[in-house]
Design a protein. Structure first.
Length: 637
């Protein structure tokens, strides 16, 4: 079986190359495409977000970005830092406070000055120390000479050494007075961009290190142990926090305070460390916050923080896809150029290679006439293709390299689905030919981008006398199964005269494993149940997906393309999909030839295409009368 997939992949290759993609303009390779200097001009497909970022940078407003990972949120935050004025940047120094050593002082100076100040202090300290040492040496030598004449030399040397040790202990240490440069913007090209995603409190808000030698002359002075947090490093720049809801509530609270006050003192974060005794003066932290997450993350964040950002900033939604227009294809070509330049090691792409990347963008969009904007993943494909070209010593990356990369760069989920598929074929857990009663090849999606054949079996038995019938299913299947059975129970009753509620209906995924999103299985479940009640066999060369209404209409579901590909890969001959999903089908050509796609709009049509044997037609006739749905045999794609 493995070989056959391999062979299929090969034939897929040659077919794909034949078909050219119109990129919108002609070029030799991506080295001819100019990559914009500013990051903001490199962002593609997120025009609205770009506009908001430009505006917010001018007004110094916060931004919340909501959307799928890998669509450019951190890129935009970085781009925003580039747009901020460099002139305002500051350095932050921590000075010892002689009145209260545990309350170090904070000074803000123009960028670059901090380094100078610290250096000057160091010079000064060195000079002083030298002078002091010189004096002391003279003193000690004096004592030795004196004792040579007056007393014994040995005693003189001993006295000298003791004096030396004692004075070292008690003389003020100039080094201890050198200020610490907590935040430095020396030689920075633009305002800071600090990514604080997943930062713990100490990293985010600053910390004071623990001092193991708290006295005895070996201690590090408190101000020297102060470490700036991300909020301080982002002063006058951008603080980016992805998955904002994963930040602990206390941290979110502190972040809110920092946002409001624009300054935040640094204190030791671990309670029992000596650092906890220390608390600095307030440290400036006038940053712009760019927070990000999916919709769920945003809803779960601290409400006060959310409303602060809302009140003083913008919320933008990131787009997942863009229209498949010549202009946008051109942008994708520029994207490939950008990624090649950014990587720095891979060869540029020729026109054919860019065409293949665009084809993949089309496929991954999951919507007809669209290109995906999940560009982090697409960038991954570009890099893998480039690496393959590089390892072959090719001067340029070609379509063949991209196609090879597509095979390698499969997501973990896809690889997992592959291995399940392999296992199932071995154990013959799904049938690919013949017919069976109460058994249907359902389809599901794993991890968002890979389909899998999921056989469902059903058995219907009369309920124990008097008792209400039950629906017996396991795990996640239960809820879906209940709904599916309820939805078809009216249809079943009218059709077969069987009152489902007085039967036990057993439903099972064959070889169930956790992690399958089993939605869209309701058509399969209904078919399995009807087949089980009426003892009509189901064609095992057919796979199906679809949701079901109470009236028996087949409703659209997600991931049809992946599901169809899975069915084709599994060697099935026909796949039934909701008619409403017809436009979403972007199956690779090689698969199209292997499997017949049948769009349907009612459960009667599902039966028409999946049941077998002599009893089939009477059932369908009944169904048609009951559901009173228009019943055109659909044209077959
Ligand atoms: P997110 O923060 O939304 O998870 P990133 O901004 O980290 O995604 O995107 C990762 C990488 O993917 C970027 O560094 C860039 O190379 C590429 N990328 C993602 N979205 C875009 C985009 N809209 N335009 C250009 N490149 C993008």
């Amino acid at each position: 079986t493995h070989e056959s997939t391999q062979v299929m992949a090969e034939s897929e290759l040659s077919e794909e190359i034949d078909e050219d993609i119109d990129i919108g303009f002609r070029f030799e390779d991506t080295s001819n495409i100019e990559v914009p200097k500013l990051l903001i001009d490199q962002v593609l497909g997120q025009e609205h977000a770009v506009e908001v970022v430009r505006k917010a940078a001018g007004q110094r407003r916060h931004i919340m970005m909501i959307g799928t990972p890998g669509t450019g949120k951190s890129l935009l935050a970085k781009a925003m830092a580039e747009l901020l004025p460099k002139e305002e940047l500051k350095d932050i120094l921590v000075y010892p406070n002689l009145e209260d050593l545990n309350n170090p002082k904070i000074r803000e100076v123009p960028a670059g000055k901090g380094r100078e100040i610290v250096m000057a202090h160091k010079m000064e300290a060195r000079k002083k120390a030298q002078a002091r040492n010189m004096l002391m040496m003279l003193f000690v030598v004096g004592i030795i000479i004196y004792s040579y004449f007056v007393a014994q030399l040995l005693w003189g040397i001993i006295a000298g050494i003791m004096i030396l040790m004692l004075t070292r202990q008690f003389l003020p240490k100039e080094e201890m007075m050198i200020p610490k440069l907590a935040v430095s913007n020396y030689d920075k090209e633009h305002a800071p961009y600090i990514d604080a995603t997943g930062a713990h409190a100490g990293a985010l808000l600053g910390d004071v290190r623990h001092d193991p030698f708290q006295s005895g002359g070996l201690e590090t002075p408190a101000h020297d142990r102060v470490e700036a947090g991300d909020i301080h490093k982002a002063h006058k720049g951008v603080l980016f926090i992805d998955e904002i809801n994963t930040l602990r509530l206390e941290s979110q609270q502190s972040l809110l305070t920092a946002l409001q006050e624009k300054e935040y003192p640094i204190t030791g974060q671990s309670e029992r460390s000596s650092g906890a005794l220390v608390k600095t003066e307030p440290v400036p932290c006038d940053f712009i916050m760019v927070s990000a997450g999916n919709l769920d993350a945003v809803q779960k964040m601290h409400p006060a923080l959310r409303s602060r950002i809302k009140g003083y900033g913008y919320e933008v939604y990131m787009r997942d896809s863009m229209a498949d227009s010549p202009e946008n294809r051109k942008k994708l070509a520029r994207f490939v150029a950008q990624e090649v330049v950014r990587d720095g090691h891979i060869p540029h792409f020729d026109e054919g290679a860019v065409g293949e990347v665009i084809r993949e963008a089309r496929r991954r969009a999951g919507r007809k006439g669209h290109l995906t904007l999940k560009l982090r993943d697409l960038g991954g494909l570009v890099r893998v293709a480039g690496d393959i070209a590089h390892s072959e010593g090719a001067p340029i990356t070609t379509a063949e390299h991209v196609l090879a990369a597509k095979r390698i760069a499969r997501s973990i989920e896809q690889q997992l689905a592959d291995s399940y598929l392999e296992q199932r074929k071995e154990y013959e857990s799904f049938l690919r030919k013949g017919s069976a009663v109460g058994r249907v090849n359902g389809l599901a999606v794993m991890g968002g981008d890979s389909g899998i054949v999921l056989p469902i079996v059903s058995e219907v038995t009369p309920a124990l006398s008097g008792a209400e019938g039950r629906i017996i299913a396991t795990g996640k299947l239960k809820a879906i199964a209940k709904e599916a059975v309820q939805n078809v129970s009216a249809v079943i009753k009218n059709m077969t005269g069987t009152d489902i509620s007085r039967h036990d209906v057993h439903i099972q995924f064959v070889g169930t494993y956790e992690g399958v999103e089993g939605d869209s299985a309701s058509v399969s479940i209904a078919t399995a149940v009807i087949s089980a009640i009426e003892r009509i066999p189901v064609d095992q060369t057919v796979a199906m997906t679809g949701s079901l209404s109470v009236r028996g209409d087949v409703l659209p579901v997600g991931g049809v393309t992946y599901k169809i590909e899975a069915a084709a890969q599994a060697g099935l001959k026909k796949v039934i999909i909701p008619k409403a999903n017809e436009a979403d089908v972007l199956v690779e050509k090689a698969y199209r030839e292997k499997i017949q796609i049948i769009p349907v709009s009612s459960i009667a049509e599902v039966m028409e295409h999946s049941l077998m044997g002599p009893k089939k037609n009477t059932i369908i006739e009944k169904l048609k009368n009951i559901t009173k749905l228009s019943f055109d045999i659909p044209e077959v794609t």
